[in-house]
Design a protein around this ligand. Sequence first.
Ligand code: GDD
Ligand code: MN
Length: 368
Amino acid sequence: MDPLLPLRGPEISVIVPTFNERENVVELTERIGASLRDFAWEIIYVDDDSPDGTAELVRQLAAKDSRIRCVQRMGRRGLSSACVEGMLASSAPYLAVIDGDLQHDERLLPQMLSELKHGDVDVVVGSRYTQGGGTGDWGAARIRLSKFGTRLSRTLVPDTLTDPMSGFFMVRRQSFEAAVRKLSAIGTKILMDLFASSPQPLRFKELPYSFRLRQAGDSKLDSATKWEYGMLLLDKMFGHIVPVRFVAFCIVGALGVAVHFSILTLLFQIEHAGFLQGQATATIVTMTFNFALNNVLTYRDKRLRGMRWLRGWLSFNIACSLGACMNVGLATYLNEATGTRYLAALAGITVGAVWNYAVTKRLTWSRA
Ligand code: GDD
Ligand code: MN
């Protein structure tokens, strides 16, 4: 055989999203390789520029074995979007997604593959809640949360799918491609996103597995994960009507109004500040509050840090100051022209909010 003849591409790509999983990738790579030894496989690690050097280690493994690849993303975060980019980087007919911390059972991979190849299903899901599966060492609170999340998703996924919150599955490439442009890719629940975004109902099968204990590193999921899940649900339900980021921006804005009035009250009653001084202080604090909260919630995937945070804060304040001028200007004009005070105020607020959103989206969080 011609030694320069290119080898065929892999049959199965295993996508592994990672953030600070340096201590787990060698072991995981060995285990996946062992369980898929009878197949032409590849592993695509999608790492969000982990400070612990996960990507560097993956590239060292890749230098020794061409079946291992690394996609390194910068200035961006997100479990679901990492999975999507990994799948897009693959040309294999079958795509699997598995966590990088050894909590999912990689020994299921060959069976998942054979179900897809020989069965009439589009997706095979590793499930904790079907007969024989389990949640390992999870406490009651986390199990309740997982079940609650599952209940909320019911309008979007089939009733018979026991574990739509699972992050462990294998899908046919055609099914992924049919859905990919509709995916929200918000937060962590990529499987649910896939079911909810698919133009045709996905035929699926669940295989039981027991969620393992994390041996090394820490979980990345925190309270913002719940918020992101809420945003994913909203996007799936109403995203075709209004952008979910705008909804998030307005929720933060409404919280900002509460903050503003609390500060005003505080300054007037306790500090006996004058109106201008009070209003000016409250405005600056509120804008900072809104910026910081939008940065961790609305734009969590593009979160600004360090110097970029400062620059972002500045551009946010400038944009929103202009927004406030437009708000007050328009409301004053409408009030004088029509005499409907509350409607005039509402129109001013709406125009201000849309302006603030549209401008800061491009100016403050433009990166990526
Ligand atoms: N690229 C990238 N970017 N990877 C991420 C990010 C991110 O922002 N956040 C987390 N990951 C990676 C982690 O490194 C790990 O490999 C995997 O995604 C899961 O993250 P964990 O932080 O370990 O999550 P978990 O154990 O609480 O929950 C997981 O299991 C659930 C139950 O099956 C997640 O996979 C959930 O999606 C899943 O439902
Ligand atoms: Mn985990």
